[in-house]
Design a protein around this ligand. Structure first.
Ligand code: PAF
Length: 281
């Protein structure tokens, strides 16, 4: 596996691969890799000639009071995981390499970036869209792979790709879960033992919402209330939101139908966790 840290080296390498007719599959990450990331790398390996993964903890998607400084890192462990997953090129630029100057150019995906996660983390999706657009220009992938766990992020990236006519196919793969349903996330490492137990409430709330829909309930408010009730039962869990939305635009539905998504976000101590379930009804 080749490790590249410079933007110009990565671009030159990607250009040479493209000229040689190679199909590049790309898995962008912020590192501290878990089974969710490895499933993306596994799919990229199956579908492409060359797999590029990036590890970059992107400062522009963190708010001033968020966890940029303590975001978990494990450079050597990540390198080994990428190697075992069949990654050909690991791109690990420093922040000064990606943003040599204070950035003045941003990609904004309006509307969807201001609701749900965006309402609680202003500027977050502008940072995500900007860095993903930059990474696409540097790595020049044919296909890029993202996890459904970050459902709104996937929707923002799809809209960005369509809106800017980017020549990249976006593939979203299902959330990988622990045995008790907790969605894999690098941020799970912040949880102590008792918080880790409480964290199962996200999946329990989503499952309760899904059950209600399956039993024939069609009023969005009843589903929201059910999910809030399950989350609210857990002491020390602060609810940011428990929502049901149209799966493409993430707007709240008047009645249920088609592709819907249940979305929850909570804070347990100083850790924010999100999760979602896609529902066809
Ligand atoms: O999902 C992530 O890890 C990040 O938001 C991403 C897509 C790598 C952009 O920094």
């Amino acid at each position: 596996m080749q490790i590249i840290t410079s933007v110009s080296d990565m671009q030159a390498h990607a250009d040479a691969l493209r000229r040689a007719g190679k199909r590049i599959g790309f898995v962008p990450t912020m590192g501290f890799l878990h089974a969710g990331h490895l499933s993306l790398m596994g799919r990229a390996r199956q579908e492409n000639d060359v797999v590029v993964a990036s590890i970059f903890v992107n400062p522009t998607q963190f708010g001033p009071k968020e966890d940029l400084d303590r975001y978990p890192r494990d450079a050597e462990g990540d390198r080994q995981k990428c190697e075992s997953a069949g990654v050909d090129v690991l791109f690990t630029p420093a922040a000064a390499e990606m943003y040599p100057e204070k950035p003045v150019v941003f990609v904004a995906v309006e509307g969807i970036s201001d609701i749900l996660e965006g309402a609680i983390r202003p500027g977050h999706f502008r940072g995500v869209a900007t860095v993903v657009a930059k990474l696409f220009n540097i790595v020049r992938p044919r296909t890029a792979y993202f996890g459904q766990k970050d459902f709104q992020q996937c929707a923002v990236i799809r809209l960005m790709v369509a809106g800017l006519n980017l020549d990249v196919e976006v593939v979203v793969l299902p959330t990988v879960r622990e045995a008790d349903g907790l969605a894999m996330s690098s941020r799970n490492s912040y949880l102590d033992r008792s918080q880790r137990q409480k964290a199962t409430c996200l999946f329990r709330a989503l499952s309760a919402g899904e059950e209600l829909i399956k039993s024939g309930v069609r009023e969005p408010d009843k589903i929201r209330q059910k999910m809030r009730a399950v989350l609210g039962r857990e002491k020390g869990v602060e609810i940011d939101y428990a929502e049901i939305a149209d799966a493409d635009r993430l707007t709240p539905p008047e009645t249920l139908g088609g592709r819907m998504v249940l979305l929850v976000a909570v804070r347990i101590g100083s850790t924010r966790l999100i999760d979602n379930l896609l529902i066809l009804c």
